[in-house]
Design a protein around this ligand. Structure first.
Ligand code: CO
Length: 440
């Protein structure tokens, strides 16, 4: 075979071209020699109110380690125990490069599985393994997922107030900063979050003193009036969102979904608790208000039906709660052909590492919908060096390898958890006037 003939035959020509281009490439790649997990540490810190749990996975390669988010702030100590006492001895000596294999192995290692404590513990390790992989490859994690589908993640900001005018003013201040999407919440005049608050003991002598009163029928009648006010004053040029936080019953959800239709919400978040997931078929068929669901989901069996039947428009899980970045990537890919978009949970009870994982998916997934914003305070930015940049209502990934975030362990110690006031958002004390518990 002469040289010309050789190059003409397709596969051989391709081989020659590969051989030609590989020499400089090989030289540029970092060493991918097998390495081992040598230690796993848990860092607990609270630069804001939430009890953050971050996991550090150390390796046999000097200076190579990764950070992951395992934050389940309401039961934070249980996650620390799960990592330190169970996952650490299980993982030491194993190869951190095998992320999928280690995830599957951790997942079944407890035999009983899929709860929030164990999923968050796994996520702490899993996200740290992606950080290590990114550092080894010399790439930010979004590159390992296939690279960018968009230049940044569009964020939604939180506006609230205890009068309609206060909510309106709060929205205007975000609009002035360039935001295109804003969540509008009406707070109780008694100061509680999400429309619940303290109460007048003279009116409700039988309620325990720690009660946060929530009246679902009042709530579902008030919220459409709030949106009427907002649309009358602000027009339709801004995307408005609302979070019911699961606290109403099925009939109230039907009423509210229909009553909100004239105000054209971008999405209506968590109308029902996860126990009512079978009602989404009826809810979907009765209202055109776009539905976001999933903040409390742990387990794929909770979303398979509502996604493949297209009963919801947005899936919004807490990534560490479902086990980390890989489970989030699989969930996004599952949703894509059904037209369900992502809206990962992004509050302050998610560390900057957890936010970085959400943004990596936001950039890499075609079916990204919107990202919840949290702006970390200065102490948090001191502890987590390299917090993601937010500009004009967009969040940008770090371009440094891995998550591009370094946890300053010394500074983390300056903000220990406040054990006296456990962070539970009063979920267990939110009651109806008759004393029964409101299910978030
Ligand atoms: Co929510």
């Amino acid at each position: 075979m002469n040289r010309r003939h050789f190059l003409k035959s397709g596969s051989l020509a391709a081989l020659a071209a590969t051989a030609y281009s590989q020499a400089p490439l090989m030289a540029a790649l970092p060493s991918m020699e097998p390495i081992k997990i040598t230690d796993i540490k848990v860092i607990t810190t609270s630069p804001e109110r939430a009890h953050l749990v971050v996991v550090k996975v150390e390796t046999s390669e000097p200076g190579l380690y990764g950070w992951g988010c395992a934050t389940f702030t309401q039961r934070a100590l249980t996650v620390v125990t799960a990592v330190e006492e169970y996952l650490k001895p299980f993982l030491i000596g194993k190869n951190p490069d095998n992320i999928e294999g280690l995830y599957q192995s951790m997942y079944v290692s407890s035999y009983w599985r899929n709860g929030p404590v164990l999923n968050n513990a796994i996520s702490g390790v899993e996200m740290a393994l992606w950080d290590i992989k990114g550092k080894r490859a010399g790439m930010p994690v979004y590159q390992l997922l296939g690279g960018k589908a968009r230049f940044a993640a569009d964020l939604y900001a939180h506006a609230s107030g205890s009068t309609f005018e206060q909510v309106e003013d709060s929205i205007r201040s975000w609009m002035e900063k360039g935001y295109r999407h804003i969540r509008a919440q009406f707070m109780s005049r008694r100061g509680g979050s999400y429309g619940s608050g303290g109460f007048d003991p003279n009116k409700h002598p039988n309620l325990p003193p720690e009660t946060r009163l929530f009246e679902p029928d009042k709530y579902v009648r008030t919220i459409p009036k709030m949106f009427k006010h907002l649309r009358d004053k602000l027009g339709f040029g801004i995307h408005l969102l609302h979070d019911t936080h699961e606290r109403i019953n099925n009939a109230q959800a039907l009423y509210l979904g229909k009553a909100l239709e004239p105000y054209e919400l971008f999405f209506w978040e968590d109308p029902l608790p996860p126990e009512e997931v079978n009602f989404f078929k009826q809810l979907r068929s009765h209202t055109t208000t776009p539905i976001a669901m999933g903040e409390l989901f742990n387990n794929p069996n909770e979303w398979i039906d509502i996604v493949q039947n297209q009963y919801i428009d947005f899936i919004r899980v807490h990534l560490s709660q479902i086990g980390g970045l890989g489970p989030g990537r699989k969930l996004a890919a599952f949703c894509e052909p059904y037209g369900v978009r992502t809206a990962w949970h992004g509050p302050g009870d998610n560390s900057p590492i957890g936010h970085a994982a959400g943004i990596a998916l936001d950039l890499a997934c075609q079916n990204f919908g919107i990202q919840e914003q949290h702006i970390f305070n200065e102490p948090a930015q001191e502890v987590f060096e390299g917090c993601l940049k937010i500009e004009n209502g967009y969040c940008y990934a770090n371009e440094a390898p891995g998550w591009g975030i370094e946890v300053n362990e010394e500074k983390a110690k300056k903000y220990p958890w406040d054990r006296e006031t456990p962070f539970d958002y009063h979920w267990g004390e939110t009651r109806k006037p008759d004393g029964s518990i409101i299910k978030p």
